[in-house]
Design a protein around this ligand. Structure first.
Ligand code: 13P
Length: 257
């Protein structure tokens, strides 16, 4: 059975208190769901909250592994005089499992480019965590038919220095920018086409065939089952619909269906 993934990316939402309440609502529901997953390793659940929430949620989780923590970002240097930044090693030291790298909001608002993202991936790997690499075309690229070229460039220029063994540790999230937070979900044909395309790049260029590829962009409890049913969709990277525990549980159920 192929492993399935669901990640809640909380972006810049929730106070620490609200984050704790969410987890207190979610954890008992995860206990109830657990028998539905054939085995623990078949389902990987993650929350990617703000840096500030990570220690509080880590303390609440203790030794439980029913859901793991991701960070939304980290700095591209191992350490140094970078006021206000957070290193990969700091995140690993509090039990964070992985880091989102290359989310379109960071590419757009923080102007993060391909070489910078390549460095961040290295830092995450050095710290013993898993990189969750986000890619996806802009609306302009989709309209002009350049969607594949844009995603290909994102993958090639940020993954270029990785060995096949390192590529195998990645999770890829395909998130078309025009589908993020817009309610305009990609069609099943578009999703399947891009996942097949990304799979082809990973196997042709790196000889790696088993990297999970997730979809993200206006995924919600109503459309999740159809999206997760598409060929080679290993799960979802969820924004808005991950902010309420009940909605998040519905998405897990769609993944397990
Ligand atoms: P929405 O699910 O709100 O469209 O956000 C997707 C996303 O950006 C997850 O990283």
């Amino acid at each position: 059975m192929k492993k399935k993934y669901l990640i809640g990316n909380w972006k810049m939402y929730k106070t620490v208190q609200e984050a704790v309440v969410f987890m207190q609502q979610l954890l008992p529901q995860l206990e109830a769901i657990r028998p539905l997953a054939i085995c623990d390793t078949a389902l990987a659940l993650y929350i990617a909250p703000s840096f500030l929430h990570l220690p509080a949620i880590a303390a609440l989780l203790g030794d439980q592994k029913s859901i793991q923590l991701l960070a939304q970002n980290c700095h591209h240097e191992a350490e140094g005089a970078f006021t206000g930044e957070v290193s990969a090693a700091m995140l690993a030291s509090i039990g964070v499992s992985g880091v989102l790298i290359g989310h379109s909001e960071r590419r757009n608002y923080q102007k993060e480019d391909h070489p910078l993202l390549a460095k961040k991936i290295k830092r995450v790997l050095e710290a013993g965590m898993q990189p969750f690499f986000c890619c996806g075309e802009s609306l302009a690229a989709r309209r002009s038919g350049n969607h594949k070229a844009m995603v290909q460039q994102q993958l090639q220029e940020s993954l270029v220095d990785l060995t096949p063994k390192e590529i195998e540790t990645l999770v890829i999230a395909y998130e078309p920018v025009w589908a993020i937070g817009t309610g305009q979900v990609a069609t099943m044909e578009e999703i399947t086409e891009m996942h097949t395309f990304i799979r082809g790049i990973l196997s042709n260029h790196y000889g790696v065939g088993n990297v999970p590829i997730l979809y993200g962009g206006s995924c919600n409890p109503q459309n999740a089952a159809a999206i997760f049913g598409c060929a080679d969709v290993a799960g979802g990277l969820i924004g808005g619909a991950s902010l309420e525990a009940d909605q998040f549980v519905k998405m897990i159920m769609a993944l397990l269906a």
